[in-house]
Ligand binder design. Structure first.
Ligand SMILES: Nc1ncnc2c1ncn2[C@@H]1O[C@H](COP(=O)(O)OP(=O)(O)OP(=O)(O)O)[C@@H](O)[C@H]1O
Length: 272
């Protein structure tokens, strides 16, 4: 291999997960994600999307198999993540989980406070992250003064403040109304491009997956597994126009059929 061959951001090598109660959440899964990709994990409830994402984040250990970030085991890859040159990862959960008593600014600063980043540097990075998500004017507000979409932006800013290379998002916009969700999807794509991030995004929504992704990984349940990978070849930037194009419909239809086939397969093998 040449010295200049791209290093994959994520390698999932026959990773499998059985929870202590015996639930097989994931059969052995193989998946490679290159730097700069926007990959969506799509599939029905219980197919192991969150389990896979949490294993990539190092929040869960696989029962078998291995996961590498930038060719190193997850824990080693993220070690010393405070150092400027280290690779960094941020995880955004479905619910914004903000400290209700603390200002927006203090909520976003939390990961830097935990890492003991000097206050002046931390404040500058918080200001930049708030600017990126369009919330500069709300730095001093308390979370309860913000809408659901704005609270989610705070949660994203709290992820961005560590200046991540890799952004893992577990159904971040699932609880939002359709219009807010679309706005956040569009803003996320812009951030991804501007910051040259690698993103792994979990969703139930076929439309969201097609709009955002450079690649969609379709999963099925009982037991959780990958059934198909679909490259979305439409160019970026993607506008609302893309969502009404025949190309978009083509991908959405394909994924809808794939999802249906995977679900039927499940029911035949494991009748409810
Ligand atoms: N801590 C746990 N202990 C036991 N079983 C679990 C645990 N967490 C998840 N599971 C089970 O593992 C399977 C996969 O769950 P997971 O949350 O990864 O799926 P998912 O695709 O993210 O689902 P959803 O879309 O509903 O969030 C499910 O059957 C779930 O009930």
């Amino acid at each position: 291999m040449s010295d200049h061959a791209p290093v994959p951001a994520i390698e999932v090598l026959s990773a499998q997960k059985t929870y202590p109660n015996g639930t097989v959440a994931l059969q052995p899964v193989d998946l490679t994600i290159q730097e700069g990709e926007f990959v969506t994990l799509l599939g029905p409830s219980g197919c192991g999307k969150s389990t896979l994402l949490k294993m990539v984040a190092g929040l869960l250990e696989p029962s078998d198999g291995r996961l590498l970030l930038w060719r190193k085991p997850v824990a080693a890859a993220l070690e010393g993540a405070v150092q400027a040159e280290a690779k960094k990862m941020a995880f955004v959960f479905q619910s914004p989980t903000l400290m209700p008593w603390a200002s927006v600014q203090a909520n976003v600063r939390l990961p830097l406070d935990l890492a003991k980043v000097p206050r002046a540097e931390a404040d500058a990075r918080v200001a930049e992250a708030l600017e990126l998500v369009g919330l500069s004017k709300f730095a001093k507000a308390l979370p309860r003064a913000l809408s659901g979409g704005m609270q989610m932006r705070v949660s994203i800013a709290r992820g961005l403040v560590v200046q991540p290379n890799l952004l893992l998002m577990d159904e971040p916009f699932g609880a939002l109304d359709e219009i807010t969700r679309h706005k956040l999807d569009a803003d996320l794509l812009e951030l991804w491009r501007k910051k040259k991030l690698t993103v792994v995004f979990v969703t139930h929504s076929i439309h969201e997956a097609v709009f955002l992704s450079s690649r969609v990984v379709m999963m099925a349940a009982r037991p959780g597994r990958i059934v198909e990978e679909v490259r979305i070849d439409a160019p970026y930037p993607r506008s609302a126009e893309f969502m009404v194009s025949s190309e978009f419909q083509h991908y959405a239809k394909h994924l809808q059929r794939s999802l249906l086939a995977a679900s039927q397969h499940n029911e035949e093998e494991h009748p409810a």
